[in-house]
Write a protein that binds this ligand. Structure first.
Ligand SMILES: [Zn+2]
Ligand SMILES: [Zn+2]
Length: 379
């Protein structure tokens, strides 16, 4: 440790150099001496390490101040080592990895990485159900395209009768470690891309991927109360994972068909019930449709068109377990387009009576109309 070089000298900067200049200078040195560019060159590794150590001190204002004052002794760690805490080159990448970004070096990847477990892709499918199915809940099948282990090679990717061999380059580890002096450089094996094995005779069915396109049919439990736009998730029914990773999920988009009688608003259902003039006047009992079966609804005498009757709890169930919605029945007055002769005769008689006994509402309406036409304005 006697002949430690000056940190400013190592980075080739003046004592009063700014942070930007120091970083720029370090980056230049680090790239020039990068182990990937200088395989087997111990001198480069030494310079690479030396530059990182200098940069570690000079890029930290506190350490730099101590170094300026006391020299190397000022930045010595508790263990008596020099200021730099790097055990190996991997530590350098961990700490200053951003320096190498965009240069395609391994340094900015997580250490010990390579081809780790990866979750399979999510899949998406859709399902159209009737409103009645949506109200009651239903079990349906969906068919999705997803890959499976190749039926020829069983997923190994190797031609039957052959096996994937341990990668010669990395000895099956998936990582290459270059020992250079005290330092170890660990990289993802370039020969097998981290898999640890190579397939010499690729399976002809899957081309070595170990996968084959497949179509599967799955049962989907649709809970009561679903609505258009809701999505069901089938955990673990997506694409298979890689390198022991879990499968992805399958998302099923639900669409609920329109119903000929019911309109839906959240958990409520609306329907229209046509009644005749006499039913409105005299009152009646109506048979109204429900999701399942029918119910009887009392229409009192004098019911007006547009009046709404509510049947509690006869709407849609709440998919989140809340209270079920209501069924709203809106009364519509149906005016016949054609009359039986005897009905017409009765109505004409009724009309004669009405001429003599105009109802109070109509009377005041007629008076207002008359005032409007004649321009008179007496209330
Ligand atoms: Zn295969
Ligand atoms: Zn390998």
């Amino acid at each position: 440790m006697a002949s430690k070089r000056d940190y400013y000298e190592i980075l080739g900067v003046e004592k009063d150099a700014g942070a930007v200049e120091i970083k720029k200078s370090y980056k230049k040195l680090a790239l020039a001496n990068h182990p990937d560019r200088n395989p087997g060159d111990d001198g480069a590794v030494e310079r690479f390490k030396e530059a990182a150590e200098a940069y570690e001190v000079l890029s930290d204002p506190d350490k730099r101040a101590r170094y300026d004052r006391y020299g190397h002794a000022g930045v010595q760690g508790a263990a008596g080592r020099s200021g730099a805490q790097f055990h190996d080159i991997g530590d350098i990448f961990e700490q200053f990895g951003d320096i190498f970004e965009g240069f395609g070096f391994f340094g900015n990847r997580p250490r010990g990485g390579g081809a780790g477990p990866r979750r399979g892709s999510h899949l998406r499918s859709s399902l159209t159900i009737t409103l009645v199915d949506a109200a009651l809940g239903v079990e349906r099948e969906v068919t999705v395209k997803r890959s499976k282990a190749c039926s020829t090679c069983g997923g190994t990717g190797a031609e039957p009768g052959t096996v994937a061999e341990a990668c010669d380059y990395c000895g099956g580890h998936g990582q290459v470690v270059q020992a250079q002096g005290f330092f170890r450089v660990q990289t993802t094996c370039p020969a097998c891309r981290g898999a640890g094995h190579v397939i010499r005779n690729k399976c002809k069915t899957c081309g070595g991927t170990g996968r084959e396109a497949d179509t599967v049919t799955l049962d989907v439990k649709v809970p009561a109360g679903v609505d258009t736009g809701m999505q069901l998730c089938l955990r673990g029914e997506g694409e298979p994972g890689q390198n022991g990773g879990p499968r992805g999920d399958l998302f099923v988009d639900v669409r609920v068909e329109d119903h000929p009688l019911f309109q839906r608003e959240g958990t409520h259902l609306m329907c229209r019930a046509p009644i005749t003039y006499t039913q409105a006047v005299l009152g009646t009992t109506l048979e109204v449709p429900l999701i399942q079966g029918t119910d009887h609804l009392d229409i009192p005498a004098g019911t007006q068109p547009g009046e709404v009757f509510r049947l509690r709890g006869q709407g849609m169930p709440d998919p989140h377990g809340g209270r079920a919605g209501d069924l709203h029945v809106e009364i519509q007055l149906e005016v016949p387009k054609k009359l039986e002769p005897d009905h017409e005769e009765l109505l004409r008689q009724l009309a004669e009576h009405e001429k003599k006994q105009v109802s109070p509402h109509q009377k005041s309406w007629f008076e207002k109309l008359k005032d409007l036409v004649t321009g008179e304005d007496d209330d």
